[in-house]
Ligand binder design. Structure first.
Ligand code: BDR
Ligand code: CA
Length: 322
């Protein structure tokens, strides 16, 4: 089983990702850390505990991390995710308390233990990268405990928070830039599951209705997808962040290219954009006017969306055959 840790801003689609990571037999979910993003931090922690309770995963430690970006003013996305950040489903609040450690400390402890045991962890950030930037700068020795980082964020093409920028990177561009820089310095492999693939795996209203007819995690999954369809007036919704967890379980459904990438930190209309260089790199390297070589990121450029939808639905409904 692949050991994983998720960093989330739950978040309707973070909840979809937590359901998958909690229940899939190929994954061993070791911890979940929270950061302000889609909703304020306290809501993110509460929503995260709710999902893990529904999955019977009270064993997984959950820690609160950064409440706000390194430099930016937080701008949440409750217009997308609901007033409570997770679809306003009126689910019971967990009676469990979060781990007393700060998210960065929990990540450090889990990753150093993994390094010690020789079982490196795949870290899956699905939110603004604030916690991960703080982690890599404060405790660079955790690199030994990291298999790789598969993050949802960025885009080679268009954005969503703005025409240029994807929400997670837009929310904390400095953190994203720090993660690129630190990963390069520490030799950590980065895979970007960005907007180019994010909308590929879709679940229809009909499939959501099948989920709703059941109990437990399947029912919650059905509520989340139905909320998204209602909010946008669509006949289907993306599993969103859950696709990045699928990418860990089934990487063969993704077309990934290692490409140079930078984060735009200035720019009047482009701040937070991930600038993915798809030029003939070998030819341009010698003439790069910026001098230093940018970080290399495995950018997911295409996905077999139906394959990830199936993976998600099968995990929530064992025996499901479509
Ligand atoms: C990302 O931002 C959030 O709205 C989602 O949870 C996802 O992580 C998409 O841009
Ligand atoms: Ca998210």
């Amino acid at each position: 089983r692949t050991p994983v840790v998720l960093d989330v801003d739950t978040g309707v689609d973070d909840a979809c990702a937590l359901l998958l990571a909690s229940l899939h037999p190929d994954l061993e979910l070791r911890a979940v850390t929270c950061v302000g993003g889609n909703a304020p931090l306290a809501d993110v922690v509460r929503n995260t505990l709710t999902v893990l309770d529904v999955c019977g995963r009270e064993d997984v430690p959950v820690a609160a991390g950064a409440a706000r970006p390194l430099l930016e003013t937080p701008v949440d996305a409750r217009h997308v995710h609901g007033d409570d950040g997770m679809g306003d489903l009126d689910r019971p609040t967990s009676t469990r308390s979060p781990d007393p450690r700060h998210a960065v400390e929990l990540l450090r402890d889990v990753l150093l233990e993994a390094a010690e045991a020789g079982e490196p962890v795949t870290l899956v950030p699905l939110a603004p990268l604030t916690n991960i930037a703080l982690l890599l700068r404060t405790h660079p020795q955790v690199a030994r405990g990291l298999e790789r980082i598969v993050f949802m964020g960025g885009a080679a093409e268009v954005g969503n928070a703005t025409a240029s920028a994807e929400f997670n990177v837009f929310h904390d561009p400095e953190a994203a830039a720090v993660v690129l820089d630190a990963a390069t310095e520490l030799g950590i492999e980065l895979v970007m599951y960005g907007l180019d693939v994010f909308y590929g795996p879709q679940v229809t209203r009909e499939q959501a209705a099948e989920l709703l007819a059941q109990d437990g995690p399947a029912r919650l999954a059905g509520e989340l997808i139905t909320f998204q369809c209602d909010r946008f007036g669509t006949g289907s919704a993306t599993i969103g962040d859950a696709g990045a967890v699928c990418a860990v379980i089934d990487p063969g459904a993704l077309a990934v290219r290692p490409l140079p990438m930078r984060v735009e930190l200035a720019g009047t209309w482009s701040r937070g954009r991930t600038i993915v260089d798809r030029r003939d790199w070998a030819g341009n390297l010698a003439h790069d006017p910026h001098g230093e070589a940018p970080a290399r990121v495995g950018v997911a450029l295409a996905v077999d969306g139906a394959r990830y939808t199936r993976l998600w639905l099968e995990t929530l409904q064992p025996g499901w055959s479509g």
